[in-house]
Ligand binder design. Sequence first.
Ligand code: PDD
Length: 288
Amino acid sequence: MARTVYLNGEWLPADQAKVSVFDRGFLFGDGVYEVVVAYERHPFRLEQHIARLAKSLVEVGIENPMGVHEWRFVIERLISMNADHHSSIYIQVSRGSSETRTHNYPVGLEPTVFICSQKIALSTKATVDLPPCSAITLQDIRWDRGDIKSISLLGSILLKKQVFEAGSDEGILVRNGLVAEGTASNIFIVVDGVVKTPKLNDWILTGVTREYVFELCRRYDIQIIEADISLNELSESDEIWLTSTTSEIRPVISLNGMSVGEGCVGSLWKKVAVYYERHKSELFTCGS
Ligand code: PDD
């Protein structure tokens, strides 16, 4: 049976949901998106995702088609309409469709809102049992506004292809000699017991999971700072972690084919992963 999706106010079986060929999301990648995870059907940090969606919409000049309560309602309803115990929810808002293809967008288009969910296997494991991963460094070829969660993802897709062809799990992107983020994740390193992550700027997404890791470190007195990270510092770090909604917090034990630290999961990661697991259920039951 086809899963149910949400499209412009309607709840439809996925195979019956249709979008115009003139939709600017299809023609230009003119739109923004969010990915939310639901554990046991409870969306995790939904408010933060809705807020980031609102910010992306403002940045690209698309009118927000819904208020916070309405977003919450449709997302929670979609989760309840599909059978998955744990799922990721994809939310896309494109600028809408016009009669002709023109770069200069007409004002007043009706945005196209699409939401779907898919089963996620990851969260059946406790965070601390997640498998470690490998990464390679790559030049960041994406555009200069990585802070906007744009659906135009060609740069990341080409980079991710290189990552998989190299037999690795994730690409760590470097710009002007400094570490920015992963192709679809934020990055943290550990040096002498201090957790470091790049300062937010136009090239980096304000990850919801990144914020969560900050909260956990502060709560448990783990020293965490925002600072520039050079390629050299990255290669010499004791631990590397990657964070994202769907992969939570993953330890990187191999970088460019060389061991990170001792070449096994780091002690600080283990601590934070335990806290991550402990508080994620607490947070979703509080509705945050
Ligand atoms: N991506 N940076 C980039 C470029 C990302 O694409 C993502 C997540 C993150 C982490 O953000 P968050 O913690 O809010 O998920 C950082 C999602 C999962 C995706 O595109 O599927």
